[in-house]
Ligand binder design. Structure first.
Ligand code: NAP
Length: 371
């Protein structure tokens, strides 16, 4: 792919458009969230053109193996036919093109869980290319890296949106930003934020064994392929870092007191054998909780002084105890909302709902960028 050719061709095709056109590049295009996003975009494109004059055009899409590109816009739902084998040269040329073209708004959408893609954000934002991401990797690095991304976005007036990195499509990041902008001091944020752990605990309270609950959650696709990623609360810690920083608490990963359900085993035992050791202790814990009309939850909490993730028993009357599997609940306490904290609740995972949240972020970013 030749950069000059792209630039010349693009100028010719863009002059013919009367709508406000915003080009998007989708990374992770054939993953679960990427696929759902393409399908939702396909059914939204015409509506957005007619209702708000916004022409969101899929300029390029790629994953680790394939690459697709079209100056006139790829058809999001039939993209499979357009993929060719990806070369490093293709993606480099594309990103260089995005950074060098002038006054042509573009958004890069990250639907991967890759550090390599998170590495691109600083140069994209510095170059005026918006970033929409479902990937927690960037915002859960050091506080410095997070602050730098925020500064770059602000200084260059470039949208940087990541609502789906916590709680899928539940609006959490946006409301926290609103609270800060209107000067409402956030005291604490706490929540049940892991769909996989909630599911496992829900099934334990229904009476099945710990090993069975974990293997079932993996079978249903609720956990990572290695369930210890979930049981060790690594992913949850990334979510809490994002929330804490959004709330204005300066924090590093090492500051979080993580009490995992299970630590990653150091030896290479079969998964089921390792899990089965915990069946009897868990049966006893569940019985003890039920006898006291309580339920186990994994609560993530952060305030200016302390941040933690761990198992807790809560009364059955607690809103955290009444959540259905897959449901997330975040409670935000502020100086003005101390007695009755703000609660945000909804489906906290799943490719369809996450993709819907990504599409909302893309529309908001595109409206900010559109000429
Ligand atoms: N699934 C959910 O319910 C959910 C909810 C909230 C947030 N998220 C977040 O959304 C992101 C995507 O999740 P997912 O469930 O869709 O994962 P997934 O099905 O594993 O898809 C990941 C995609 O990223 C691509 N990819 C990985 N590394 C890449 C790289 N270096 N360069 C280009 N492409 C790369 C993969 O390509 P290959 O297939 O070629 O490897 C694949 O297309 C993750 O950050 C996840 O934490 C997911």
């Amino acid at each position: 792919m030749n950069a000059q050719l792209i630039a010349d061709d693009y100028q010719i095709s863009s002059t013919a458009k009367a709508l406000s056109r915003v080009d998007i590049v989708l990374i992770g295009a054939r993953g679960k969230v990427g696929t759902a996003f393409r399908q939702q975009l396909a059914s939204a494109q015409q509506r957005l053109r007619e209702s708000i004059g916004l022409d969101i055009s899929l300029l390029a899409a790629y994953d680790r193996h394939g690459f697709a590109f079209s100056l006139t816009g790829l058809s999001p739902d039939t993209i499979q036919d357009d993929f060719s084998e990806r070369t490093h040269h293709d993606t480099q040329t594309l990103l260089q093109h995005l950074l060098t073209r002038k006054n042509l708004p573009a958004i890069v959408i990250d639907c991967t869980a890759s550090d390599e893609i998170a590495d691109l954000y600083p140069s994209l934002l510095a170059g005026g290319v918006a970033v929409v991401t479902a990937n927690k990797r960037a915002n859960s690095r050091s506080q410095n890296f997070y602050d730098n991304l925020q500064n770059l976005a602000q200084k260059n007036n470039t949208p940087y949106r990541y609502e789906t990195t916590v709680g899928a499509a539940i609006p959490i990041i946006g409301p926290i930003q609103d609270l800060k902008w209107r000067g409402e001091k956030i005291q604490s944020v706490q929540g049940v934020l892991s769909g996989s752990l909630s599911y496992i605990l829900y099934r334990l309270h229904q009476g099945i064994d710990f090993s069975e609950a974990v293997l079932e959650a993996r079978e249903l696709g609720y956990t990572e392929p290695d369930p210890f990623e979930d049981l060790s609360a690594e992913d949850l810690a990334r979510k809490l870092l994002v929330l804490a920083r959004e709330a204005g608490f300066s924090i590093e990963a090492a500051d979080i007191d993580v009490r995992p359900l299970l630590s990653k085993p150091t030896h290479n035992e079969a998964l089921e054998t390792t899990l089965k050791i915990h069946d009897a202790p868990w049966r006893a814990r569940i019985e003890a909780a039920e006898a006291r009309n309580e339920r186990w939850i994994v609560l993530a909490e952060t305030s200016a002084d302390t941040s933690s993730i761990g198992l807790q028993r809560v009364p059955l009357t607690s809103p955290f105890a009444r959540l259905r599997p897959g449901q997330n609940l975040v409670r935000i306490t502020t100086e003005r909302q101390e007695q009755i904290p703000l609660e945000l609740c909804g489906a906290g995972a799943g490719p369809e709902i996450t993709a819907a949240g990504v599409l909302s972020d893309v529309i908001l970013a595109a409206r900010q960028l559109a000429p």
